[in-house]
Design a protein around this ligand. Structure first.
Ligand SMILES: Nc1ncnc2c1ncn2[C@@H]1O[C@H](COP(=O)(O)OP(=O)(O)OP(=O)(O)O)[C@@H](O)[C@H]1O
Length: 431
């Protein structure tokens, strides 16, 4: 029976001893399994102690305490090195309801890795593992996923992972950037248009929703969809039906919905800026993305990953530089870390990148320009929004480069820059 399971699987007793194993399991781990003797943690972790002794949750213990199925994301030592896997543990009972043992089925997670691997999300901290667990749960169904996290925390990467791990992964993954979409653009981009629908529509054009048929649509910064378009979006999400601009025929597209926002959407709902019904439609399964500050343990692995896939792959950070990088707050999250690594590698004259090569913002005695004018009284406190507005309006008047160059200087994405400019109704004077 165990060989009928197409994923690696074992049957174990409460003392962790393996009593049955399938071929897929034997091929995944290159350690010999002796039935009735080998323990699961000896094979998957090369350890004589159960996983909970090494900071991981033990699904067997969860199963025992709840008498129900349990799951956990673990890092296993496989024949191909360390890799992430999602464990499902189920109690197996006899006719009288007595537990005979536990069936453990393993699902490889190939969109994430503990060590640097091209095209994967890198991390091994507890908040990162919790996030992987949610991503894997979400990808097994078609539930609408809402990603909430700060700018640069990896929302687009997670959206792609949800798609990659789902049964729709051979179909398109389509990104719809909601910031700055006017009503006309919103309709023509999403729904497409027929020839002659408006001046300039010399041919008909497919909309992104049609292109996404069978796959996943990622609505990035969904909190920026203006109120009057939220009704149309809700109708589309509820019925999966729409009409192209200038078209009469009703079209249908079967897509899975993933949305993201760096804003707290429930706050927007309370302020009347986001429809409550739309919120509940998109927030079927929320996934919180931890900021880099909450997962400082991941910094050394990420540093190694970014340097390995940069043009400075032969360079290394000194211990002091790594230490500084591990103690910085990263308001721009992983994108900021990536920029800092590339900048410092470029500046370093030797193969070792020293702490003096790191940008000023990371240096221990750095105080931001705002902090240098120490406040005298609490009445002088400004809201962070006001400070951001004041700074950006000054930058917009003085900066002479392109938006892309400015985004690099500010350590944010071009998209985030546009979002902020739109929010404060600012324009770059040099454009
Ligand atoms: N766990 C990770 N491992 C490796 N690279 C990562 C990880 N998470 C994010 N990145 C990288 O960090 C950068 C920012 O990620 P991404 O664009 O997904 O963030 P975001 O939250 O969508 O940002 P924004 O809110 O500005 O749109 C990208 O270059 C991405 O490849």
């Amino acid at each position: 029976m165990i060989n009928a399971i197409d994923k690696p699987a074992i049957f174990i007793t409460p003392d962790y001893v393996i009593h049955a194993v399938n071929q897929a399991y034997l091929e995944t781990y290159n350690t010999q399994v002796i039935l009735g003797q080998s323990k699961c943690h000896q094979i998957s972790h090369h350890s004589n102690e159960p996983c909970d002794k090494h900071g991981e949750e033990c699904p067997l213990q969860q199963c025992q305490s709840t008498a129900r199925a349990a799951n956990a994301v673990h890092i296993h030592s496989t024949a191909h090195g360390k890799s992430y896997c999602d464990i499902l543990m189920k109690p197996i009972k006899d006719n009288s309801g007595k537990v005979l043992g536990y069936l453990e089925v393993l699902d490889a997670i190939d969109y994430a890795s503990t060590e640097s691997k091209k095209g994967t999300m890198v991390g091994q901290s507890a908040p990162f593992k919790q996030m992987l667990n949610r991503i894997n749960r979400a990808s097994q169904s078609s539930i609408a996923v809402l990603l909430q996290g700060e700018t640069g925390a990896g929302k687009e990467l997670v959206a792609k992972a949800v798609h990659q791990a789902s049964s729709r992964n051979d179909k398109p993954f389509v990104v719809i950037e909601c910031t700055g979409l006017s009503e006309n653009l919103f309709e023509s981009e999403l729904f497409g248009y027929e020839k002659g629908a408006f001046t300039g529509a010399t041919t008909s054009k497919k909309g992104l929703i049609e292109i996404a048929h069978g796959g996943t649509v990622f609505f990035d910064e969904i909190g920026d969809v203006p109120m009057n378009m939220q009704v149309k979006l809700l109708r589309l999400l509820e019925t999966q039906c729409y009409r192209a601009v200038g078209g009469l025929k009703q079209k249908r597209s079967d897509f899975r919905l993933v949305s993201a926002s760096h804003k707290n959407l429930l706050d927007l709902v309370e302020k009347g800026e986001f429809r409550r019904d739309l919120y509940y439609r998109i927030a079927g399964f929320p996934i919180y993305l931890p900021s880099l500050r909450e997962r400082l343990d991941d910094i050394p692995g990420l540093v190694n990953h970014f340097i390995k896939y940069s043009e400075y792959k032969h360079k290394r950070f000194s211990a002091n530089a790594l230490n500084l990088l591990s103690h910085y707050a990263y308001p721009g999250n992983i994108r900021e870390l990536k920029n800092i690594i590339e900048q410092s590698a470029l500046i370093a004259n030797e193969d070792i990148i020293h702490s003096s090569d790191l940008p000023e913002s990371v240096q221990p005695n750095h105080t931001s320009t705002d902090n240098k004018n120490t406040l005298k009284t609490a009445t002088e406190l400004m809201s962070l929004d006001d400070v951001e507005y004041a700074y950006l309006s000054q930058v917009c008047q003085q900066f002479q480069g392109s938006p892309a160059e400015l985004a690099i200087k500010l350590n944010i994405s071009v998209r985030t820059l546009y979002r902020k400019l739109q929010r404060y109704e600012l324009k770059l004077t040099a454009l």
